[in-house]
Design a protein around this ligand. Structure first.
Ligand SMILES: [Zn+2]
Ligand SMILES: [Zn+2]
Length: 254
């Protein structure tokens, strides 16, 4: 499995439908998102193919703490001896006390929990990534990213409370997590490339999800690299994203 370069120094790899990004900046590189559990060996092999034997990132960043993005974070943090950085508002998703609190806050969280309870206990425990409790660090989301000096971190709450995106203004590359997707139905039709909303059932606050898509449109990206689906690029992309944000904002539901 070879990562594909989608912009200067930005590589993506799809692992069981969840995208991870390898981003070069100066003499170092950063891993953004870690796919499902047990993707660690594939991610490390890809990194070594790109950056050489024993390649180790400057940092592990998460767009948000859902299991298809945080899944292999604990094993990679252990292997590389690095903490994992995410927005503080998503820490509750990977700590027991906070998880219980967030269940009470919102119906989407309750749905997600109900779905999770259908899974075998071992699988569920892997997905909730309890190994992360000691390794996760909250970063202050506004503004610059420590290991990516040429990128900005933009809070985009909605799909999760602490969702963030990463934006490189010089060539308008946007790594958008699940704030918006380039594939419908969470990748059930992986060959279809279309700007799409994240699945509502897995989203924390639908009204804020809509608001965050409008934030993304105002960034006017030339490359849109999302958590699922093949990244999109081109001069028409910004117009398409504005149009999507507009129609999405008028859909029913809050
Ligand atoms: Zn998600
Ligand atoms: Zn996802």
């Amino acid at each position: 499995v070879t990562p594909r370069e989608i912009a200067a120094g930005v590589f993506y790899l799809a692992l069981r439908g969840a995208n991870v990004y390898f981003v070069s900046s100066g003499s170092s590189w950063t891993l953004i998102d870690t796919a499902w559990p047990k993707s660690g060996p594939a991610i490390r092999a890809a990194a070594e193919g790109l950056f050489g034997a024993d390649a180790r990132p400057a940092a592990i960043m998460l767009t948000h703490a859902h299991p298809d993005h945080v899944g292999s974070a604990a094993e990679l943090a252990r292997a590389w001896g690095l903490p994992i950085h995410l927005h503080g508002d998503d820490l509750p998703l990977i700590t027991r006390a906070g998880r219980a609190r967030q269940d009470l806050m919102d119906p989407a969280g309750r749905y997600a929990q109900a779905l999770m309870r259908l899974l075998p206990r071992r699988t569920r425990e892997r997905m909730t990534s309890s190994g992360l409790e000691g390794a996760a660090r909250a970063f202050s989301a506004e503004g610059s990213v420590p290991s990516l000096s040429d990128w900005e971190c933009v809070p985009t709450p909605g799909h999760s409370a602490g969702h963030v995106v990463f934006f490189r203004r010089s060539d308008r590359v946007l790594i958008a997590g699940d704030a918006v997707l380039t594939v419908p139905l969470w990748g059930l039709l992986p060959s279809v490339q279309r700007i799409s909303p994240p699945p509502r059932i897995a989203s924390w606050n639908w009204r804020m999800t809509k608001g965050s898509v409008a934030i993304l449109a105002r960034l006017e990206p030339l490359v849109l690299a999302t958590g699922h689906g093949i990244p999109m690029a081109g001069a028409d992309l910004a117009r398409g994203l504005y149009a999507f944000a507009d129609s999405f904002s008028q859909t029913i539901g809050s």
